[in-house]
Ligand binder design. Structure first.
Ligand SMILES: Cc1cc2nc3c(=O)[nH]c(=O)nc-3n(C[C@H](O)[C@H](O)[C@H](O)COP(=O)(O)OP(=O)(O)OC[C@H]3O[C@@H](n4cnc5c(N)ncnc54)[C@H](O)[C@@H]3O)c2cc1C
Length: 323
């Protein structure tokens, strides 16, 4: 198909986010060569090796500069320069906070088409087809973009990241940019939940609802999540009740997640909560009400008190399995 593709890399705690590798897998489907990855800030040798492994030909790096991309003005200016320099046919972003915040502005400024929150990329002789959920996940649509230049955001955890059959060159070009005149100045930022797994990228999520009944109950959920290498999430009712931080909220007005396993504990399954998690690959519900709507979407269910069930699961997972 011969399209020129630029992927905007995202990092967390010195590692590339998985959505960047998922984007590289999608990019190889669209164009077997001419894939550039743009990285803002530090890009260590480990990251470059991973990019090579996933088929990156070029890396554009804004290295050694103290540019705070949590400021949307800064992110916009750097990304604008990056896209103008690389001049791609398609730009791929993660459907992350940065993607959601900057992409509409970039697409509008650069007069590029935009398809957001894509969960599947198909390519055939008739072109590129992008599938995405609509109406809060109640239906899917598949679109064929008609614009010559296109920006796409990919929902994390939907395209399986697969290394290329052979590593690419990943040749590095260092770019520089003056800090723009900003309308927003960030004075201070505190990273919360720094040591926890990123909810949108987590493969396993243990989520608690109003049924958890108290903030301490979330420690039990965390113990289960830790045993499974997963993250803790919550319903809005649990956040509103002050049992946990709003950063954990999943749903229509919270985060949208697609983990391999979603364990809903004391969550009724309101439509606004389902909007954020119903596309999880496997849903396990723990609820004492056998008629709770969450069981309609669950693959497996425990009917009972979460304070009886979860400690048993934690205990079981703490012991080595015997064959
Ligand atoms: C515009 C709008 C946007 C919204 N956005 C969101 C959103 O993004 N995310 C979201 O989650 N909600 C959202 N909501 C709120 C949503 O409608 C529900 O009120 C909320 O999801 C309910 O949360 P819950 O399931 O934790 O609580 P509840 O509906 O009260 O359910 C609690 C469940 O816990 C069970 N339970 C109680 N005790 C135990 C126990 N000991 N063991 C096991 N089970 C137990 C009960 O049987 C019950 O099913 C939104 C609402 C509106 C109007």
């Amino acid at each position: 198909m011969g399209k020129k593709i630029l992927i905007i890399a995202e990092k967390r705690q010195g590692q590339l986010k998985n959505v960047t590798l998922e984007a590289l897998t999608a990019a190889r489907k669209i164009a077997s060569s001419d894939i550039t990855v743009g990285i803002i800030g530090e890009a260590n040798q480990g990251m470059i090796e991973t990019l090579r492994k996933y088929g990156t030909q070029n890396v554009c790096r804004f290295a050694g500069q103290d540019l705070n991309t949590s400021n949307p003005d800064v992110a916009f200016h750097i990304l604008l320069k990056l896209i103008e320099t690389a001049d791609p046919d398609i730009v791929l972003f993660g459907h992350s906070l940065m993607g959601k915040e900057t992409v509409p502005r970039l697409a509008s400024r650069l007069k590029m088409g935009l398809v957001s929150d894509v969960t599947k990329v198909d390519v055939n002789d008739d072109g590129i087809f992008l599938t995405r959920p609509i109406y809060s996940g109640k239906a899917y649509e598949t679109v064929k973009p008609l614009s010559k230049k296109l920006v796409v955001t990919l929902r994390p955890n939907n395209i399986r990241a697969i290394p290329a059959s052979r590593p690419a060159k990943a040749e590095i070009t260092d770019l520089s940019i003056e800090a723009p005149d900003m309308r927003i100045h960030i004075l201070r930022s505190n990273e919360r939940n720094k040591d926890t797994v990123d909810l949108t990228e987590a493969k396993i999520i243990v989520a608690g609802g109003r049924g958890v009944q108290r903030a301490e109950g979330f420690k039990l959920l965390k113990a289960l999540a830790d045993r499974l290498g997963g993250a803790v999430g919550a319903s809005r009712a649990a956040c509103d009740a002050g049992y946990c931080d709003y950063a954990l909220q999943i749903g229509q007005t919270g985060k949208v997640v697609t983990p391999d396993i979603y364990i809903a504990c004391g969550i009724s399954g309101a439509i606004q909560h389902l909007a954020g998690m119903s596309h999880s690959k496997r849903i396990i519900a723990i609820n004492k009400d056998p008629d709770a709507p969450i069981f309609d979407v669950a693959d497996y269910g425990f009917v009972g008190d979460l304070y009886d069930i979860i400690p048993k699961l934690v205990d079981k997972l703490s012991k080595p399995t015997t064959v």
